[in-house]
Design a protein around this ligand. Structure first.
Ligand code: PLP
Length: 388
């Protein structure tokens, strides 16, 4: 038995995933397989680091310790061959807040910002909330996997004078880990048209062999001049609550612009628990991650074989990374509202409705498989039963 098989009662812990659904759906018997956090305990060295800090009872303003910078530098070098210096690293209270800071730093109101369709839904929200013009390029599906449509992207970049492209690598919700060749092609396109790239790499550590993750900045040395990378330990180690992330900016001008926005919006200071959790996770969490990855992979295989056997009408996109699965229910002929209602009222399982990720998400649902296998099996059984 794996440590990840333990079914932990997350109810009444103020969890968005578990404790918000009763009010939203007026039901108490729903199984949540939605929000992208995991139903697993955090690595014990991280829990211990929080305990040690709390025990002292000293919660005054804190500096960012050099040991944290070193932990980030070591992790990126060891896991991703990405060489960083202290000066390249900024800290932030989250990847999504960092996307907002980037949009404010590198574009003006009314400027066009390009994202894919479908993609992690806060990308569109950040662009719209900041009064920028949202431009979306559809991903196509080839051999059961998403592909970028470079011709369409170029046409949109030119037609809308796009200033910024927000890339999601690995891709949420499709689980694509973009190859070096794909990143080179999209990077060259952005370079050619003077488009700054914000690369959201928060899922970088959750990648399954034989697939390998390449940071956008490692694709070509010239890419450092027009891109920034956002990542965090929070997705990898299930620490979303600590609100901590990193921004890697090699280009001095891009870095100054970002820091200026941080200063102007008073976004420079981060919760100390964020620093402590990130440092402990990177320095002492690797063994936990190495156990997690095969467990997630087995969960993915479990879903694939379960649905192939019991509900083959569902299209399953096999993820190369992330713990999210993109499921196609379009063959059932339901509208997006009907599909969502079916899941809540008949299946009694909460998934993310595909349509929130963009118009290409119609007829789809996003399943979070980062839970004990028994929980996953219960969820799948409910879904299968509801459709049969
Ligand atoms: C692609 C992507 N970016 C960002 C986030 C959230 O980042 P944060 O909690 O640091 O704002 C998520 C969470 O699911 C995500 O999938």
């Amino acid at each position: 038995m794996s440590r990840f098989d333990e079914q932990i009662d997350r109810k009444n812990t103020d969890s968005v995933k578990w404790d918000s659904i009763e009010e939203t759906y007026q039901a108490t018997d729903l199984l949540p397989l939605w929000v992208a956090d995991m139903d697993f305990l955090a690595p014990s060295p991280v829990i211990k680091a929080f305990e040690e800090y709390s025990k002292k009872g000293l919660f005054g303003y804190s500096i960012i310790p050099n040991s944290l910078y070193q932990a980030v530098i070591d992790w990126q070098k060891r896991r991703h061959h990405y060489l960083l210096e202290k000066a390249d690293i900024l800290f932030s209270s989250g990847v999504v807040p960092s996307i907002a800071l980037a949009v404010q730093s590198y574009t003006n109101e009314g400027d066009s910002v390009l994202i894919h369709d479908p993609v992690y839904h806060p990308f569109a929200a950040v662009v719209k909330e900041n009064n920028r013009n949202l431009v979306r390029s559809s991903l196509t599906t080839e051999n059961g996997h998403f592909q970028m449509d470079l011709a369409e992207m170029e046409q949109l970049i030119v037609a809308h004078a796009v200033k910024l492209f927000i890339l999601c690598n690995p891709h949420n919700p499709g689980g694509r880990v973009w190859s070096k060749e794909e990143l080179l092609a999209v990077g060259k396109l952005c370079q050619k048209h003077g488009v700054t790239v914000v690369s959201d790499e928060i899922h970088q550590d959750l990648v399954f062999a034989p697939h390998t993750f390449t940071s956008f900045q490692l694709v070509d040395p010239s890419f450092e001049a027009f891109s920034i990378v956002l990542t965090a330990a929070t997705k990898t180690f299930n620490l979303a609550a600590i609100k901590n992330s990193m921004v890697f900016i090699k280009d001095p001008t891009l870095r100054e612009q970002f820091q200026e926005t941080q200063k102007r919006t008073m976004h420079g200071e981060i919760n100390t628990f964020g620093y402590i959790g990130t440092e402990a996770a990177y320095n002492q969490g690797e063994a936990w991650l190495e156990e997690l990855l095969p467990y997630l992979q087995e969960n993915i295989q479990f879903v694939e074989s379960y649905l192939a056997e019991h509900l083959p009408a569902v299209g399953v996109m096999s993820p190369e990374g992330t713990y999210l699965m993109w499921l196609d229910f379009s063959s059932f002929g339901l509208t997006d509202t009907e599909l969502q209602t079916h899941f809540i009222e008949k299946a009694k399982v909460v998934l993310n409705s595909g349509i929130i990720f963009g118009s290409k998400g119609t007829g789809h649902m996003r399943l979070n498989i980062a839970c004990p296998r028994a929980t996953l099996e219960e969820g799948l059984a409910r879904i299968v039963h509801s459709f049969n």
